[in-house]
Ligand binder design. Structure first.
Ligand SMILES: Cc1ncc(COP(=O)(O)O)c(C=O)c1O
Length: 382
């Protein structure tokens, strides 16, 4: 991996802030920003940019996205956010009245509301009760019935960073003939994913957090097998492979490509597309596994501190298997909002979720950042 010093040069905010909030919004690296700036200049000056460029970027997004998600290039498309792919799953997978969908009771709302909408069609939505803020495998298997059709779950849980064991969940889903849908936004780019091997059917991730792109960008995955079975809830003229030949737009007989890109919704936001392409390439250049070992190493330092502290306690799982780039902690003695405020006044940016401070650690963070946080926590508790 590039040295953290070289990485930090691409993130000007690191000179002003100690930024631990990529679980809310990842910062845009300077080269990605410059790409957007150039595109907006082109738009402002009414010069039509190269169309080839956007289609090349789309291809590259699929292949770089596939490396990050652990699947084939033909299984990845460009979406605008996590919601995009989750709606594709909710309204595209074959469901009948009386069918059941299983969700965890601690899902982020993006992975709840599309499913709730299906109640109008007689589909039942059942919530699996979590234990201590973690998904419980035993309760999941107990909740499965003859009518269970879908499990939809986050790869990494948004408020405590609990990384679900998608491999085991995938096996269970396969055994019971259940579609397996994953909200990947809190882990894609920093925790290795093997969606294909794990039997995931559809997954979706916004790219504005750990994938270091802008709001309005994302990637989604639809397995080859599901591409054969899904009934797309929408269709876009842009998804047809025109090969940049616009000379016969009234040819309505053209086919969609046999890839996940057939579910995209063009016309595309070109400045965002090109900068997303840069960011995905950058993540792959760093290597997801390298990012993971770097972030876990830094988080270890924070866990060591909290475990020795009388004032704070970790609310995340510290079992290696369930860890991610997010670590959360709370206090039984101190007001956590005040602690959060005192960190913010020192330009240490975290977030508060479900009564705990959520620290999100990315490739640009370093030991010095962690030390600053520890010193500030010491001061907040003294
Ligand atoms: C687990 C999870 N899913 C989804 C989202 C957001 O969904 P979208 O990208 O559609 O805005 C968030 C956070 O904003 C999240 O934490």
């Amino acid at each position: 991996m590039l040295s953290t010093t070289s990485i930090r040069r691409l993130f000007p905010h690191t000179s002003k802030f100690t930024y631990f909030n990529s679980a809310s919004n990842g910062p845009l690296p300077s080269p990605a920003y410059k790409i957007q700036e150039k595109q907006y200049q082109i738009a402002r000056d009414a010069v039509i940019g190269s169309q080839d460029e956007q289609f090349e970027a789309l291809k590259s997004i699929s292949s770089n996205g596939a490396k990050i998600l652990g699947c084939k290039t033909s299984e990845v498309g460009f979406g605008f956010n996590t919601t995009f792919g989750l709606n594709l799953a909710a309204f595209g997978l074959p469901l009948k009245s009386g069918d059941e969908i299983l969700l965890s009771d601690i899902e982020f709302p993006a992975n709840v509301y599309p499913w709730l909408e299906l109640k109008r069609r007689g589909v039942k939505v059942k919530f699996i009760k979590s234990v201590d803020g973690f998904f419980n495998l035993g309760r999941f298997t107990k909740a499965i019935t003859q009518r269970t059709r879908i499990l939809a779950i986050s790869f990494v849980q948004f408020f405590n960073g609990y990384k679900n064991d998608l491999s085991t969940l995938g096996e269970i889903c396969k055994r019971h003939n259940i579609f397996f849908v994953v909200d990947a936004i809190q882990g894609a780019g920093i925790e290795p994913l093997h969606l294909k091997k794990w039997g995931v059917d559809i997954a979706s991730s916004g790219a504005h957090k750990w994938l270091l792109s802008s709001q309005g960008t994302g990637i989604f995955y639809v397995s080859e097998e599901i591409q054969e079975r899904i009934k797309p809830p929408w269709r876009s003229w842009m998804s047809i492979d025109w090969n940049c030949d616009w000379s016969n737009l009234r040819d309505f007989t053209r086919d969609y490509p046999k890839s996940a890109r057939q579910y995209e919704l063009g016309t595309y936001p070109v400045p965002l597309l090109l900068s997303l392409d840069w960011s995905l390439q950058f993540i792959n250049q760093l290597g997801v596994k390298n990012i993971q070992s770097h972030t876990h190493e830094l988080i270890d330092l924070l866990i060591d501190y909290i475990n020795c502290s009388d004032d704070f306690r970790v609310t995340s799982s510290i079992e290696k298997k369930f860890r991610s780039g997010i670590i959360s902690f709370t206090s039984d003695k101190l007001n956590i909002d005040s602690v959060f405020g005192s960190l913010k006044r020192k330009n240490i940016i975290t977030s508060v979720r479900e009564g705990a401070i959520r620290v999100a650690v990315h490739a640009f963070n370093n030991k010095n950042d962690i030390n600053k946080l520890i010193t500030a926590l010491d001061q907040a508790s003294s």
